[in-house]
Write a protein that binds this ligand. Sequence first.
Ligand SMILES: *Cc1c(COP(=O)(O)O)cnc(C)c1O
Length: 381
Amino acid sequence: MDSLHKKIPFNRPYMTGKELFYIAEAKFGGALAGDGPFTKKCHQWLESQFNIPKALLTHSCTAALEMAALLLDIAPGDEVIMPSFTFVSTANAFVLRGGVPVFVDIRADTLNIDESRIEAAITPRTRAIVPVHYAGVSCNMTAIMDIARRHGLKVVEDAAQGVMSRYQGKSLGAIGDLAAYSFHETKNVISGEGGALLINDPELVQRAEIIREKGTDRSRFFRGQVDKYTWQEVGSSFLPGELTAAFLWAQLEEAEFITSARLESWDYYYAGLQPLAARGLIRLPTIPDDCQHNAHMFYIVLDRSIDRAGLINYLREQNIITVFHYVPLHASPAGQRYGRVVGPMTTTVEVSDRLLRLPLYMRLKTQDQDRIITAINQFVK
Ligand SMILES: *Cc1c(COP(=O)(O)O)cnc(C)c1O
């Protein structure tokens, strides 16, 4: 009966097996600071795999979003439209520059920003829109890019969860003017902490390199384009060391395999939970026809009649770890201090109260998924 009680964690970081080998290679190569051979390999891989003009590794997705705010010259009072149902870094990056997050509601199907509510939130102070691709499922980027172009706004994709996902054939991260990926250990492709800034507007490339290198033109110096490097503008140290890039390289090599294995687990949940969805007790994720997702997350939205805290406890008693997700930013102390809401927040509030994320990681066994599905059925019967 041991397996009945064995713990099923919510997440289990996966390693391909080559990480330590590449870290040793970096160590013996003698390049430990940033922008060494492994960082270059990662940059080239991201650019060619996702068809992105310029990719720059950062030490986190948070750092990449902060770079985006610097690149767009966000100044005090500038407004940035985003969902409230997201991670704090989406908003923080702009608040650090004095920007004002303007929160709008999400769609009930994908839980992504409701594009039909964006235009009502635009004012003369609006500078950018930040769509967040929740669970690695794309926002309606056609509508969002169209609104941005018509109003002269920049688009920064928070594609933290969207590595390897596509929208109408394009990679997430390749659509907005700028985008940010995360390689945090809770994401699909990982380096512990890690991220990347994706630059699709070629005019922003040179400044991005400067901002990432403490505000200096050190990158141009190393390419022999200038004979000394100097302080050019405001910046910080946003680049990861080579050991992190070496770890990430091992993961990028297997990104395809990781994605397809996760999709198998995702599909297994989807099929197994279908009967509960048919009875209206839970809602399953929606993947629009023009989206190819990466199985970053498997969530269910519980019917109002189901007690979420009770279910989480019931599952925990059986050693199954499930978690809810974001406390909406507009309702959090800092969100109220720094942000503003436009329109109703009905879906954001409802979903944040009723959403439950199920364990999903590499090598999750189908027997364990069966155990999870059975336990959910027992609770909601
Ligand atoms: C994970 C995540 C981030 C932050 O990523 P870090 O790499 O941990 O900084 C930002 N936005 C969203 C939507 C995320 O899921």
